[in-house]
Design a protein around this ligand. Structure first.
Ligand SMILES: [Zn+2]
Length: 238
């Protein structure tokens, strides 16, 4: 546990916790606020989705209603637009924004947007890195302290490299998400489902969502830096 003392809590865990909390409450607050604002067209999320999909020539995308709150996503493997019940049935500005963002991903998929492909390919590596990376770093640190050999150092480097996959994943995810949100605003305007006075609400929703991705990226980088400082700092003391 001594690797994760006050320094870790103060400079890594606490800032990440605070920022994640701010990000998720900002998203929830804006979502709740704009769920109350009815859109002028009176169309539900599913109506909006159908209109945008056909306007964008994405007729092969299937719409599916799923459980959960803000669990909305686009699945490129099955070309399915999964909409949470509240978003699918709601006739709000929030519904429009969420639907259009997910269709932004469907459009990326259709156009072979390279960053989106990379991101899908990186999911297994990022999952492995986030789970096994820190454990291998720790194992390496213990080895180098207790055996006083350089072998432990190299084990820790392997752990660092694995965790770096998480950072790479977030580095790709952030622009993919920002791009999907830019597409969302354009799709909403082009399909004529959104009125100019609603644009601002949709933009605010997407901005709040974007912040969560910046936080995730920052958190991953900060954690990697911390592990790196442990590994290289420990080596210096040898
Ligand atoms: Zn997204």
């Amino acid at each position: 546990m001594f690797f994760f003392g006050w320094g870790y809590l103060l400079y890594v865990a606490l800032p990440i916790m605070v920022l994640s909390f701010i990000a998720s409450s900002w998203v929830k607050r804006t979502y709740q606020r704009y769920s109350q604002v009815r859109n002028s067209s009176g169309m539900t999320g599913v109506d909006v989705a159908r209109r945008i999909l056909s306007g964008a020539g994405l007729n092969d995308v299937t719409i599916q209603v799923i459980d959960g709150e803000l669990s909305d996503n686009y699945d490129p493997r099955t070309r399915t637009l999964n909409l949470s019940k509240a978003v699918a049935m709601g006739s709000s500005v929030a519904s429009e924004a969420v639907v259009a963002h997910e269709i932004g991903h469907a459009q990326q998929d259709r156009q072979g947007y390279f960053a989106m492909r990379w991101r899908s390919d990186l999911v297994p590596a990022a999952n492995l890195g986030s789970q096994a990376g820190p454990l291998i770093v720790l194992a390496g640190l213990f080895l180098s302290i207790f055996t006083r050999s350089t072998f432990g150092f190299y084990v820790a480097i392997v752990g660092l490299a694995l965790f770096a996959a998480v950072v790479v994943f977030q580095l790709i995810t952030t622009p993919v998400e920002l791009n999907a949100s830019r597409r969302a605003l354009r799709l909403l305007a082009d399909s004529g489902v959104i009125f100019p006075e609603e644009q601002d609400g949709a933009r605010r929703m997407l901005r709040a969502a974007a912040f969560t991705y910046w936080v995730a990226l920052f958190g991953a980088m900060l954690t990697l830096l911390y592990y790196a400082s442990l590994v290289f700092g420990n080596r210096r003391n040898d």
